[in-house]
Design a protein around this ligand. Structure first.
Ligand code: HEC
Length: 144
């Protein structure tokens, strides 16, 4: 089994895996999220810049960010989703990924893709409230 790394995809060929993750992000995600992850908050597409990795710091956040519809319904396979997320988190929020947090594995993505929150917006608001309690500043998103 290939070990997955933050910022790349696999230990075998990190540069190639990072390039693959970036290409997948451009093809599958940037239509909505834009190339720099800034999204369109006024249209309900949250910015990921400096915030995405904050979700890793609260219970349920690691699961939530791969259970949003754009990830769940993507045609990418579980391995490519793991590689994409492991590249995306430090790319859009450099320095925020907790150093002791293990990257996503293919198996974890497969398991998480089998379930999703009933109400994505309610789940996000709950996580944002927990982040604020922990002193993390993050927008509640335009749909407050
Ligand atoms: C059709 C537009 C669209 C596409 C394509 C899309 N997303 Fe999203 N994404 C959204 C919207 C809208 C939200 C806000 C929650 C919701 O409605 O799902 C969101 C939320 C997210 C979030 C949660 C961010 C936060 O701060 O709550 C992540 C992470 C995410 N998307 C990742 C991705 C990835 C990775 C891809 C590509 C595999 C992707 N999305 C493709 C529209 C999209």
């Amino acid at each position: 089994m290939l070990a997955l790394l933050w910022g790349a995809g696999s230990a075998a060929a990190p540069a190639e895996e990072a390039a693959r993750a970036r290409t997948n992000f451009i093809h599958h995600c940037t239509g909505c999220h834009l190339a720099d992850g800034s999204g369109a908050p006024s249209k309900g597409i949250p910015s990921m810049r400096n915030t995405l990795s904050q979700f890793l710091k609260v219970t349920g956040g690691r699961e939530f960010i791969v259970q949003v519809p754009g990830v769940m319904n993507s045609s990418l396979n579980d391995h490519d989703i793991a590689g994409l997320m492991n590249w995306l988190l430090p790319y859009v929020s450099p320095g925020v990924v907790p150093p002791d947090m293990p990257p996503y594995t293919t198996e974890e993505i497969a398991r998480l893709r089998k379930s999703r929150p009933v109400d994505v917006f309610a789940k996000r608001l709950q996580l944002v409230a927990e982040m604020r309690k922990a002193g993390i500043t993050i927008d509640a998103q335009s749909r407050d």
